[in-house]
Design a protein around this ligand. Sequence first.
Ligand code: HSE
Length: 438
Amino acid sequence: MKKINIGMLGCGTVGTGVARILIKNKDLISSRTGAILNLKRIADIDITTDRGIRFDDGVMTSDVYKVVDDPDIDIILEMIGGETIAKDLTLRAINNGKHVVTANKALLAGQGNFIFRAAEEKGVDLAFEASVGGCMPIIKTLRESLAGNRIESMTGILNGTCNYILSKITDDGSTFKVALLEAQKRGYAEADPTLDIEGFDTAHKLTLLTSLAYGVEINLDDIYIEGISKILPIDIEFAGQFGYRIKLLAISKNRGDAVEARVHPTMITFDNILSNVNDTLNAITVSAEATGDILLYGHGAGMMPTASSVISDTVDIARNILSGSTGRIPLLSYQMKNIRKIPVMPIDEIFTHYYIRFFALDKPGVLSRISGILGKYEISIKSVHQKGRKVNGSVPLVMLTHQAREADITKALEEINSLDVVSDRPALIRIEDENSQD
Ligand code: HSE
């Protein structure tokens, strides 16, 4: 049976999982692929730690060039992460004519336009299923399964760390800090957890999915990104009282000549299927013309689920090598020449429902001053609730709005914030409510 040599760069959490599967399931994978996938060499700065795997002599090396420059290696698995060394080595591997599998969402979202073109020009495959949603086959779904469909929208929970934190605060009354520490201990959070909690990791993933779904080139910088660090327990509690859960959502909509692509905490109804996606799990719904809604659900991070996607990509590439069909599936789902550059709609232009929470003085006239300002900006109030007890002389005042334009909400809140009867900045959380008629 033909042997296809694999070189791996980085043997941390995911890399270790990949090595385990390739070794343990060697026969199973060969019988499905029609070739032996031989893990020829692995480079890591740490070649002494016991990873619970017995490698043959010479497999582990601390010299990355023994991997990327080895003429016998066909496929490089880039498992380093980050945007510096990983980028140089990925480009070097491509220039050496090697196919690349990567889980590096930050690199592809930030510099993918350049890297994908390099791979296309060199005629090599570049696969990245593991970069979004761990084991969920969302890239394959967009690139292959929905090839005949116009994709309308996607809504996803794509960061396990944030989902874990929000779930723990909502269901167990945990604090933000404790929940984040636990997510870090479980190996879910990025090395810099700011990437998780401020929404950047989700935005990296959304950039990739938006490009693939609609055949567009967009810039990460154009995506509106708001993380979960400013969500207060009081708002999670109020959300529950109104029948909502708060999730960090990645939202992408096909608007024809523009796209909506945004990441922010969002209130969704209890009967929204994503409401029941908790802890570190991820899920995404894709709405497409012929299919209607499709739901993918699974572990979005972690050693073995992520490794499973890396292996899936490796098998795809090996099959392409065997059948001489490298490049059969366009890297970005569309033929490169058909990829359009179109704008991402500014957040100011979106229309949605809002939850607004003020801390306001409990005295006559306060409500009418606030609602007067909202009315001035054409914001129609759906309901008003004075909730809870006085804290430092102020009471929480919650308003739910009908659909409004974000730019109007922003201006209204600026004006309301300057009122002497309002203490602290108001909290604003967008609501996605499919049941709402307005
Ligand atoms: N830090 C990411 C998460 C890892 O929490 O989901 C998977 O991309």
